[in-house]
Design a protein around this ligand. Structure first.
Ligand code: HEC
Ligand code: HEC
Ligand code: HEC
Length: 190
């Protein structure tokens, strides 16, 4: 069965989903505290017993060492979760298998942006034409803006894996990239 997205978000819905995930992540961040001990839920509320504790829900998924300690990309690929694109009905989804190399300034490894891992969760309109133009290299942005919560930082560090995981984005060494860059006749002098 094909995995489905549940984050087919339009801006307003996206904000709600984002806020929920953010709350959830802050609750899970330090080794999955019990809901009664997370400082968010009222421990005296009798309804709390009806809710599943994070450790029980997330402990069965492919682990990660950061964020909410789940590798969501692998969890989806391994069919451990089958999120729905919509609550009421299934929607068309377009999964695009296209990697885009983003050439970075300085000595830091380059960034390979994977469309597949994103379009399994998100719709094109979540990123195009805002904040990213649909042409490689057309959008100018910096790491500082990402750290300030713009561009990739709209999601990373908020609802998807945190910005401290430098290598997960900066995954292509300059040596590895040189062959690729030579092929693309674009002689960006960096
Ligand atoms: C999570 C954000 C995100 C989503 C969702 C997304 N894209 Fe992209 N897309 C990007 C980024 C980032 C780039 C590279 C921009 C750059 O290099 O300046 C890009 C580049 C592209 C390019 C240009 C490739 C090239 O070599 O010039 C195309 C075409 C594209 N996207 C199509 C799509 C389509 C179609 C979808 C939906 C199926 C989609 N994108 C979903 C972020 C996204
Ligand atoms: C609209 C939200 C959004 C934006 C914008 C976004 N991402 Fe992501 N990204 C996600 C989600 C959701 C996932 C999958 C779940 C997770 O890993 O947290 C993901 C996963 C990834 C992965 C992991 C792939 C893997 O195989 O583990 C990389 C790498 C990545 N993003 C890089 C980027 C880069 C670079 C940018 C900016 C050019 C960017 N993302 C912008 C939401 C976003
Ligand atoms: C979510 C993906 C992502 C993560 C995580 C990430 N970066 Fe980046 N980084 C980028 C992208 C994309 C660029 C390219 C921006 C551009 O020039 O278009 C970039 C650019 C840079 C640059 C080039 C100079 C600049 O200011 O643009 C440096 C240095 C850098 N990052 C360092 C880091 C370090 C150190 C970490 C970890 C603490 C990190 N990055 C984590 C995506 C990421």
């Amino acid at each position: 069965m094909k995995p489905m997205r549940f984050l087919n978000i339009k801006p307003m819905k996206g904000i709600c989903v984002g806020v929920l995930l953010l709350l959830a992540m802050s609750a899970f961040a330090s080794g999955w505290k019990k809901l009664s001990e997370d400082g968010i839920h009222d421990p005296n509320n009798p309804a709390l017993k009806l809710l599943q504790n994070p450790g029980e829900a997330l402990g069965v998924l492919t682990p990660d060492t950061s964020g909410n300690e789940v590798d969501w990309v692998r969890a989806l690929q391994n069919n451990e979760i089958q999120p729905r694109s919509y609550i009421k009905k299934e929607a068309d989804e377009e999964i695009l298998d296209l990697d885009v190399l983003i050439v970075t300034a300085g000595a830091v490894p380059l960034v390979m942006f994977p469309h597949k891992a994103h379009t399994e969760w998100l719709d094109c309109v979540n990123c195009h034409e805002q904040p990213f133009k649909t042409k490689a290299g057309e959008t100018k942005f910096t790491m500082l803006e990402i750290l300030n919560g713009e561009y990739c930082g709209t999601c990373h560090g908020a609802v998807s894996f945190p910005l401290t995981e430098c290598n997960r984005c900066h995954s292509v060494s300059r040596e590895e990239a040189s062959e690729y860059l030579q092929k693309s006749k674009d002689d960006d002098t960096q």
